[in-house]
Design a binder for this molecule. Sequence first.
Ligand code: FE2
Length: 385
Amino acid sequence: MTRLAKCDLLDEGAAARLTWDDGREARFHAIWLRDNALDPETRSATNGQRLITLQDIPADTRISAAAIAGGDLEVAFRPEGRTVRFPAAWLRDHIYDRANPPAAGWQAAGIETWDAMLNADEITGDFATISQDKEALRLWLGHVRRYGVAKLTGGPVRSGALLDVAALFGFVRETNYGRWFEVRTEVNPINLAYTGLGLQAHTDNPYRDPVPTLQILYCLENSAEGGESQVVDGFRAAERLRAKDPHGFDLLSRYCARFDYRGSADVHLSARRPMIELAPDGQMVSVRFNNRSTAPIIDVPYDDMAGYYAAYRRLGEIIDDPVMVVRFKLEPGDSFIVDNTRVLHGRTGYAATGGSRWLQGCYADKDGLLSTLSVLESRRLEDAA
Ligand code: FE2
């Protein structure tokens, strides 16, 4: 059990240094502790939402007294005179006293980047099992969070069955392509996806803002020669670019590209976003890469444009490099899901005659998937307790 051993006040109560019984230390500011107080006047006991604004807390809030009680922290604030208790484990989970974040392009905890060595079987689940078994579902959703991709086999061979995959964790995001769309060879296609052409690995719909954060592709027929699915980890590609060409990485993350789609008469979508998007503290947030829908890029200064194009080319070469690509051929009833903010998908070309290839695709939202996963994990912990 996590217990605190000691609390020392710093800067006349403007902060406190806590020491846990395993020797770990961390400092917390008085204003931070007061804002995050867990008492029922600060946080709703029913929904956990904060009941006060920051302005309700005096700007000169200090810790007037602090004590360890039963291994937890008990702290009194002045000038309010309020005393609040913080569990030692809660404080441990919320430590922010650490050195500056690592170099630009760092990955969040729990993200594992990969290349062609990723074993597709290890991220594959059985549709019937996952539909019935919450533990199997938790493991499968965990693959999506960790690797940005997971496969399913043995699903029903029925038009619209991909909606059952989305329903495992959340909701479909409807777009101008419909609740779902058909991916097969069409006459006069509104999108090159609906031809037999090979498609370079890409993220979908970078011309939307926000982009669809998940995509499901579900196979109903696949007897055509070719038409293998391919996935590439865009985060690993960006990491490789950073290692090879740090300046190029900087250009692709610092400047916005433009993306555009007007494939049918009643639609014009456009977005202005970087190909490699970083959070303000440098965390890698997303990758957008789609040769078909990149518009003229006009937000890179003249002096940087040649370097930007060299970096864009280099990123494309990394994405096309066979050592980056995981390939598999979907059978009817198989599907895969990608985190469309991270993992690129593509396919090899296939013959329009002799056999057939019919996939259905839909979009969904990653926040819903992560929410379902988080709840499954919490319930598992509760069951184990
Ligand atoms: Fe696509």
